[in-house]
Design a protein around this ligand. Sequence first.
Ligand SMILES: Nc1ncnc2c1ncn2[C@@H]1O[C@H](COP(=O)(O)OS(=O)(=O)O)[C@@H](OP(=O)(O)O)[C@H]1O
Length: 363
Amino acid sequence: MDSLQPTPPPRGESLSRKLQPLLTTCLFTVKTSRFSSALLLIVACSLGFMLFSLKRTSPPVYPTAISIEKSHALRHNSALPKDSVLHRNDSGGILAAPGLSRKLPGALIIGARKAGTRALLEYLSVHPQVVVAHKEQHFFSSEENYARGMDWYLSQMPLSGPGEITMEKTPNYLVSDVTPARVHRMNSSVLLLLTLRHPVTRAISDYAQLRANRDAKDLYTGDFASKTIDLSTGKVIESYKPLWVSTYHLHVARWLQLFPRRQIHFVDGDRLITNPLGELRDLEKFLNLPRFFSEETVYFNATRGFYCRRVPVNGTLKDSCLGNTKGRKHPPVEQWVKTKLGQYFQEHNEKLFKMIGRRFDWT
Ligand SMILES: Nc1ncnc2c1ncn2[C@@H]1O[C@H](COP(=O)(O)OS(=O)(=O)O)[C@@H](OP(=O)(O)O)[C@H]1O
């Protein structure tokens, strides 16, 4: 977002404050001079004032279109149309550019964490009619951010043209109690995208992330088995957060209380890894977007071991894969632990399938 906050053009302190030292010097010198010298000084001072005022009234030189160009590059990796003109407000921020404005999201990726939300957003961002806020906003789920207000949220959104849909992703919207009502208040017709992954795999991925983030501080100890199963009683520790997040029906129920089922699109997060094109084509239909994704834009990168995107940059296609924090090596988990957790989730999965009228192959 920094690229959208260009250096402001020189703004004036008040004119009188700036003129004060000049005025004082002139008056003092005139008072203490003889008549002829005073006359000369008056002329010099008047010239000084005129030059000063001229400098004040000449239009400020604004920075070039680089900021907006960057925004476009982020959106479609294409250069800004040559005739684009920037309009800035008093602080130098972009007010509008012809045909471009900021819009609140028309679709939100609400989760689930570690189920491919980043891949989904980045794939979608390549579509010519989609613009995305690349940074997770945590707007509806964080009290601090929500208190900043809708105008602040809007200011975080990228510029978009007519007919383009704006998107944002924050994976913890799914599990946040307060989020569905707040999103509904923003726009009851917003489209919701929810990517779900096999609940056990997702929980292992979540555990791997927690460990990777906290290992450095030595806060996260214990292997996956002892975190998820009470080894003395054999009971599943339901309250362990990675398991709780994977209990999808608990969270989806809150969204369905406010939004009709037809407004929520479920992405198969496991298929998003193995066959992203299939998922993206389903999404194009759901979002009512013209068909765009193809083998040319989404391809398997053998070195990376994942599908990557090809994004148009200056007339050529550039390969772009996600970073190494996506597709981490999972810690080894014994089969009996996976089986036990798989059995635990069966009942929960069935509740979800019934709730959404769709099944996932999570055997
Ligand atoms: N194309 C591509 N490239 C890399 N990674 C991919 C891709 N598609 C899906 N995934 C899977 O996305 C998993 C991370 O999910 P999220 O992006 O939702 O994680 S996060 O909650 O935002 O941290 C991540 O999980 P892990 O494999 O457990 O790291 C990936 O398996």
